[in-house]
Design a protein around this ligand. Structure first.
Ligand code: PMV
Length: 345
């Protein structure tokens, strides 16, 4: 199939937040352990892809982020497209213009690589094999997940909702290192989950996740950490099927703290949490003890706190969080579980 002149495609891909964390990798974006994530709905990236064939050999690429040309990102994106060329041969000799924008403010401290590479993978794949998208959606998303992974590991999980599993796990017959799959059985309790992201610090990340992953090489606790995540993955898959909030909370909070414990105990230790991160965690745990309500926190590789709870208790949590947030004066992004990527055009 050859590229039509000046076609344009738009895909929207949501971000995701890991419940079982991926931290440590090998080879070509192969995770050191299996991970499970919740796919969001309000935090997403939209990528518009324009492309035309050209006579000269090679790819020519222009990248715009929020309407501004960003030559500093072009190199990473070009490397990504070149890595994916085995799967996207139609781009071999073409000019590709990528226009990307996020639904969340740039300064929100949300890692956008999952949604960005997710949306880009979907658009590139759709441009290459449009009929596959129309006729075979599952296979299309599998392939998009495979390609997105090459750009950013966690991006491969954004293809599936409400929960996705990534990384080969001996206890789970269907699980792959090269792509994510949807978690097949999700109890109604976990189908409608809120994620309020409390923005403790919105400055750009001081440590890239690539550096974080690399610090797991030779880390004193690496092997036991990978084993722990691999044991927890099937437990969480069961919990998601059974609707057990108590166990969900236990795994979710321990995973968040273990991720940061790995950072604190690496050869070059680093601290991403801020005093307010701990203050918020303590308030959430106290609120849970006092009310018995199913609410918990998780953390990404940063200081912001994701407050996870069932939509059924939205009113109670809103009144608790609003009072608290006003008293400490921070921004919040109200997100929730979503339905996965959408083609806009
Ligand atoms: O996909 P990366 O390379 O940006 O790594 C993501 C790492 C965490 O967000 C900290 C955990 C995860 O599983 O998403």
């Amino acid at each position: 199939m050859s590229i039509q002149p000046k076609d344009s495609i738009i895909w929207r891909c949501p971000s995701n937040i890991a419940i079982i964390k991926y931290w440590g990798k090998r080879g070509n974006q192969i995770p050191a352990n299996s991970s499970v994530s919740l796919t969001l709905s309000e935090s997403f990236t939209e990528v518009e892809l324009e492309f035309e064939g050209k006579k000269e050999k090679g790819i020519e690429l222009e990248y715009y982020f929020e309407n501004q040309k960003k030559p500093e990102f072009e190199e990473r994106i070009l490397r990504f497209v070149q890595t994916a060329l085995n799967d996207l041969p139609v781009f071999l000799n073409s000019k590709v213009i990528i226009k990307s924008k996020n639904s969340f403010p740039h300064s929100a401290g949300i890692a956008s690589s999952a949604s960005s590479f997710g949306a880009l993978a979907l658009a590139l794949l759709d441009a290459s094999f449009p009929r596959n998208y129309e006729n075979n959606n599952t296979k299309f998303l599998d392939k998009a997940s495979f390609i997105a992974r090459l750009g950013s590991g966690s991006a491969c999980r954004s293809m599936f909702a409400p929960f996705a599993l990534w990384g080969e796990n001996q206890l789970l017959k269907e699980s792959y290192d090269e792509m994510a799959i949807p978690v097949s059985e999700v109890h109604p309790e976990f189908r409608d989950i809120q994620d309020d992201i409390l923005i403790v610090d919105s400055s750009p990340k001081k440590f890239s996740s690539s550096l974080g992953h690399s610090l797991m090489k030779g880390h004193a606790f690496a092997e036991s950490r990978f084993a722990q995540a691999n044991q927890r993955t099937p437990l969480l898959i069961n919990v998601l099927a059974n609707g057990d909030w108590r166990k969900f909370i236990n795994i979710t909070e321990s995973e968040a703290l273990t991720l940061h414990a790995m950072m604190l105990s690496s050869e070059e230790p680093f601290i991403l949490m801020k005093p307010q991160t701990l203050q918020i965690i303590e308030r959430i745990q106290n609120f849970r003890k006092e009310t018995g309500l199913p609410i918990c926190f998780t953390l990404d590789a940063g200081p912001n706190v994701h407050v996870i709870y069932s939509s059924k208790i939205k009113d109670e949590v809103n009144s608790f969080l609003n009072t608290f947030i006003n008293s400490i004066g921070i921004d919040v992004i109200n997100d929730k579980s979503g339905n996965g990527p959408v083609k806009i055009r």
